[in-house]
Design a binder for this molecule. Structure first.
Ligand code: ADP
Ligand code: ZN
Length: 746
């Protein structure tokens, strides 16, 4: 050895290969695989990760041409070896640059090393009315800034710039310009109590429950897996309220006793405050990774996990990367949820990454759900996963009876314009007269999803997307749910100049409107992403519900999970059909899951409960099975359908989307790539099938035309062969985007 060592570095730039640098003597002691480095690239210094070290100079490069590593960053190892291998696997599985996979692991707050204790919050700089008066003008000139202002007008508490940007879709520079206009100002916000590193240490920890027989055997199965100290997956399938969370809690107890770390993933942290509270009551040192954590808080949390101070981490998707050095368990609650899939690069699925990580680190994975994804269910059927089933609710509570109302019949009796069937209305009056509470569910926000001309049928669309605009009554705007573009709805038809535009279809805002008119003596509350903005709004809303300040709760999928209110005795699904007809091979699965989940919000107390599902296709098997609480019946039927068409879990799938301003070039590129992939298909033995190319169901977004093709293959390896030929990236103004194991089919 000549004393110089060479570092292989992946830089955060679209280079697509490993670069080599030499390590100066001064850095020899510090450098290690997994450290972040600064290295020269052209005339700049860029950030990168050391992914390998060797004493020999890389072959083919004259030693003189190799530049020095400029700097070793951080005082700690950013990526443990297992995490480094995980990023490599992610890049292989999802066919993304290794640098993208590396970038997603370390939170940016950690990269920037945020230390400040004080968090910057935003508030209105002037009187509410003054600010509101600025809105119309601003809407025209800078609609996103207007949106941000509207959010600020609605939230009461402090909100960080990042939160505001996230909630409104307005960029940070847009927010800065609002500050420049003296409409918004910043001030010091005190850090949030519940996200402090130590969590809210319980004064007297909640004792574990005595388990039911079913829980006991589930826990025993998990225990036996943990005792082996090696990788394993347990599918914990249990109806809503069957005590899955209690099983997680006691399994984590075991893990902590062995001085290992546990990760608990939930679909969305802010939607599950009740669950999170239960973890806080049971354990010390729980880290809750809220998506809105300010930089310093997030950094502190991350460090405390790395140092082994925190033993339990709760978070959404990205919690899968929590930097435990010794990991024992990963729990994925509601494992079937599509929020676990990330929709920009790396387009990873946190459940699948959790399984990869557990394999690397010899940990156990619990997949919990009342309605497991068919992928997980099928793996259990094949014997790849162990399965434990909780068939009964705790305390002998019955699953609520579910009635499906055929809305075509209601149509015949002349109630077409009414949103409530006779039956649902009858049950509502019954519950309300007993001072019990009701949840009404509809999977669409806004007032009405179509604005169309009474005379010619013209449907108002976004000027930039191939999408009908949704009418939002409160602001009297027509809004694009894809790109946030908004306009004042026209008085007359832009096409035929007809005098009347109709607002068609139902959204939660319309439900609220009509319920208020119909039941004026009762209090309603609406929970959807339009009304739930800012910190703590969910907690507040749930408290109101708990304290009986609300009689009728109306909401989107936001209310489908996590709540547990014994006084809710009726759940009404306004329309079960919203997802069913989407061009998505998971449409039935998603319908079944959503209906089961919503139905699970009732019957949790001694008063029991019931569910009414309204549908125009009441005999559809997903709806029939959900009404019968029949997961197996649904899964068997759905698996048959998937098998016949070769959809996952029978084989795997990737979607390639092409998008660009010029439709012709987009189409040509799609055809060219499809042809190449087809040729690969015939030249080796793997089963592979290409569907398309065709215009994507949403054929234009933000003035970008979109075409797509779908590749089905027998395995990820077979898929990878084909994907290597698709050369993603931007060519001639057309971007190619590869999505492996896609969830969004639009
Ligand atoms: P799931 O996660 O399957 O929806 P939970 O774990 O939330 O079910 O359990 C439902 C309710 O029953 C909760 O209020 C929980 O505290 C309670 N519970 C769970 N297990 C037991 C048990 N073994 N004995 C008594 N109560 C329990
Ligand atoms: Zn749009």
């Amino acid at each position: 050895m000549n004393g110089r060592r060479y570092a292989e570095v992946i830089v955060n730039a679209p280079i697509g290969k490993t670069l080599h640098y030499s390590v100066p003597d001064t850095l020899l002691a510090e450098i290690d695989v997994g450290r972040r480095l600064k290295v020269p690239l052209g005339s700049r210094l860029v950030s990168g990760y050391c992914v390998g070290l060797s004493s020999d100079s890389p072959s083919g490069i004259p030693a003189k041409k190799i530049k020095d590593v400029a700097e070793v960053q951080d005082s700690f190892l950013a990526l443990e070896p297992a995490m480094l291998r995980l990023t490599q696997q992610i890049s292989q599985r999802y066919h993304c640059p290794w640098s993208d996979a590396l970038e997603v692991v370390l939170p940016s707050a950690v990269k920037r090393g945020h230390k400040t204790k004080n968090v910057k919050g935003l508030r209105l700089a002037r009187d509410r009315n003054e600010v509101a008066a600025e809105l119309p003008k601003l809407s025209k000139r800078a609609p996103m800034q207007a949106k941000a202002l509207r959010v600020l007008l609605e939230v009461e508490d402090g909100i960080t710039p990042r939160e505001l940007s996230h909630l409104s879709g307005c960029s940070l520079s847009g927010i800065r310009s609002l500050m420049g206009r003296k409409l918004v100002e910043s001030y010091e916000l005190s850090p949030r109590e519940d996200s402090l590193v130590k969590g809210r240490a319980p004064k007297s920890p909640h004792p574990p429950f005595i388990l039911t027989a079913e829980q006991e055997s589930a826990l025993n199965l998990i225990r036996s897996k943990l005792a082996e100290n090696k990788f394993g997956v347990v599918l914990l399938q249990g109806v809503t309220g069957s005590g899955k969370t209690e099983v997680y809690l006691q399994a984590i107890n075991e893990v902590i006793r062995k001085d290992l770390g546990a990760i608990v993933m939930v679909p969305e942290v802010s939607l599950t405050p009740q669950t999170i509270e239960r973890f806080g009551e049971r354990f010390d040192n729980v880290s809750v990774l809220h998506s809105y954590l300010a930089g310093a808080e997030h950094n502190a949390q991350w460090q405390s996990i790395r140092e082994g101070i925190s033993q339990v981490v709760i978070g959404a998707r990205s919690a899968v990367f929590a930097p435990f050095k010794r990991l024992g368990l990963i729990v994925i609650d509601e494992e079937h949820e599509s929020t676990y899939k990330q929709d920009n690069s790396p387009r990873y699925h946190a459940r699948d990454v959790a399984i990869m990580r557990a394999k690397e680190e010899g940990a156990v994975v619990i997949l919990g759900s009342a309605t497991p994804s068919l992928e997980s269910y099928f793996n259990a059927v094949l014997g790849n996963y162990d399965r434990a089933v909780l068939t009964k609710r705790i305390g002998d509570r019955q699953m609520p009876p579910v009635e499906v109302v055929d809305m075509r019949q209601e149509f015949h009796v002349g109630r077409a314009t009414r949103l409530l069937s006779h039956r649902l209305e009858h049950y509502m009056r019954q519950s309300l007269s007993k001072r019990e509470q009701i949840i009404l569910f509809l999977n669409k926000r806004g007032f009405s999803p179509f604005i169309s001309c009474q005379r010619c049928g013209y449907v108002l669309k976004c000027s930039r997307c191939d999408i009908a605009l949704t009418y939002h009554k409160r602001y009297h705007v027509a809004l694009c749910h894809y790109c946030h573009w908004e306009a004042h709805p026209p008085e007359e038809c832009p096409d035929c100049k007809g005098p009347k535009m109709n607002y068609f279809g139902l959204g939660t805002e319309r439900i609220e409107d009509e319920i208020n008119r119909h039941f004026p003596e009762y209090k309603t509350m609406r929970m959807d992403s339009d009304t739930m903005k800012g910190r703590d709004v969910h907690e507040k809303a749930l408290r109101a519900l708990k304290n009986g300040e609300v009689d009728i709760l109306i909401g989107t999928q936001m209310i489908a999970k996590g709540f547990d209110f014994p006084n809710v005795t009726l759940v009404g699904v306004i329309s079960a059909d919203t997802i069913l007809n989407l061009p998505d091979f998971r449409a039935c699965e998603r319908t079944f899951q959503l209906l089961s989940q919503v139905a699970g919000r009732t019957g949790r107390g001694p008063k029991g409960g019931r569910v009414v599902i309204q549908s125009f296709s009441p005999n559809q098997y997903a709806i029939v099975a959900a009404a019968a609480h029949d997961y197996e019946g649904f899964a068997d039927r759905e698996l048959e359908y998937r098998r016949s068409l070769g959809y996952p879990p029978f084989g795997v799938m990737a979607r390639v989307v092409f998008r660009g301003r010029n439709e012709d070039s987009v189409r040509k590129r799609a055809f060219r790539v499809a042809k190449t992939v087809q040729e690969v298909g015939s030249s080796n033995g793997h089963r592979r099938e290409v569907l398309g190319p065709a215009p994507a169901p949403v054929s234009r977004i933000r003035n970008n035309y979109r075409w797509h093709l779908t590749i089905k293959a027998s395995s990820h390896d077979a898929l990878a062969d084909a994907l290597r030929k698709t050369d993603a990236g931007t060519i001639g103004g057309v971007r190619g985007i590869i999505d492996v194991d896609p969830y969004n089919m639009l």
